[in-house]
Design a protein around this ligand. Structure first.
Ligand code: FNR
Length: 387
């Protein structure tokens, strides 16, 4: 049984001693403070999205046209927010979405390590991105007893892809998340206007630079000739994937394969037919394609098509209320993205842990007030469109 809501009592009690919280509990204040900490270039990269950012904006605003009806006279003095995923019992229904710029989000530029420590502290699993300022072995090592996943940007070089997967396996990854929507970068006006693409400046490439296969493709080491290493990264970053490639992934690892970026029910069925172990419904937070539909509006159909196969979800989750709505619609686990990276920016591991705990506390208290003692009751109650 969880009591994430007790964070509220701790905050009010500290207030009686004259102590205010170090970090905000609402997204708007968090975002504002994080933008100040990140500065303009990084803010553009983290906050920005594709085109006029309509998809990104509706990802978050669309949660408002879903609502829940509370049930009364139910004993909710204890809540159970635990889930089962890939054979593991997890204490929370959240996970940290892969964010390839975490490394740059903290002042010491080791934000991936800070994110891993936040995961260790909170029990919320971390999805370790291919793009990272610290090698994945170190990042997995910092996750403590909390299970973690590896997110793969599939490189064009299959040996390198295999090497990254094997390194993740050896580091204890519990699943491989293959991101499908990013074999190239979407049109991001904020970054284009500032002519800024961090990877081309050598940032967040440590998983490549530390990889024996990647290094073997270079004449000089990445330390000796960083420019050549960056150019090699740019040349081999993105493999276009088709359903035929699933056989290769199934061969490459025994770990569960999660396909990230699936939004269409037909793709859900194809993914399952080709052996996917979980569906990850996401539009990359609106960073890759504009002109889309909020993922929360697509989740019910994705869930229906997935049957018993678990559905992970992200894009637009800003609060515990959002997370509860996604869980009510059938998500097995809900991914927190930008909010925890903003937590890293304002407070490192402690800031990210605070953000995750706030989301859990709000979710827990909402379930208590609304009469849902556990996720089964929540799912039965469901959500309704309010417009
Ligand atoms: C991302 N996302 C992402 N996804 C992925 O598969 N690998 C990655 O390395 C990254 N990197 C990344 C960097 C930044 C700065 C952002 C904001 C996002 C997408 C991420 O996993 C998730 O899908 C979105 O963040 C969800 O949208 P919201 O809720 O953050 O708006």
């Amino acid at each position: 049984m969880s009591n994430f809501g007790s964070m509220q009592n701790a905050i009010y009690n500290a207030g009686l001693q004259g102590i205010l919280p170090d970090y905000p509990v609402d997204f708007a204040t968090l975002e504002q403070r994080a933008h100040e900490a990140l500065g303009p270039m990084m803010t553009n990269y983290v906050a920005g999205g594709c085109g006029d950012e309509h998809t990104q904006d509706v990802n978050a605003s669309a949660f408002h046209h879903w609502g829940m009806i509370p049930r009364m006279m139910v004993d909710c003095s204890e809540r159970d927010l635990s889930i089962e995923l890939f054979g593991m019992d997890l204490p929370t229904p959240l996970f940290m979405a892969p964010i390839g710029l975490n490394g740059e989000a903290t002042q010491d530029r080791h934000g991936d390590m800070a994110a891993a420590r936040a995961s260790a502290e909170t029990g919320v699993p971390f999805s370790v991105s291919t793009l990272s300022n610290d090698p994945l072995e170190d990042v997995f090592g910092a996750c403590g007893n909390t299970p973690a996943f590896f997110q793969l940007y599939t490189p064009r070089n299959r040996e390198l892809a295999q090497s990254l997967i094997s390194r993740a396996e050896q580091s204890g990854a519990k699943a491989i998340m293959v991101t499908l929507d990013t074999w190239l970068t979407g049109w991001r006006p904020r970054d284009l206007n500032a002519s800024n693409f961090p990877q081309l400046r050598g940032k967040v490439l440590q998983n490549y630079f530390s990889d024996p296969v990647f290094r073997s493709l270079l004449e000089k080491s990445p330390e000796g000739d960083p420019k050549a290493a960056i150019m090699l990264f740019a040349a081999i970053f993105g493999q276009v994937l088709t359903w035929e490639d699933m056989a290769w992934f199934k061969d490459a690892t025994d770990l569960p394969i999660v396909l990230k970026g699936i939004c269409h029910p037909e793709d859900v069925r194809k993914a399952i037919d080709h052996g996917a172990d979980a569906i990850y419904c996401s539009n990359h937070g609106g960073r890759q394609a504009n002109g889309g539909i909020a993922t929360i509006d697509l989740l019910a159909d994705v869930f229906a098509a997935a049957g018993d196969v678990p559905v992970l979800f992200d894009s637009g989750v800003r609060s515990g209320t959002d997370a509860v709505k996604a869980l009510a619609m059938g998500a097995r686990a809900v991914g927190v993205g930008r909010p925890y990276t903003y937590g890293l920016a304002i407070g490192g591991a402690a800031g990210a842990a605070w953000v995750l705990r706030s989301i859990l506390a709000e979710a827990d208290l909402l379930m208590a007030v609304n009469g849902y003692p556990d996720l089964t009751a929540l799912r039965e109650a469901g959500v309704q469109r309010t417009d």
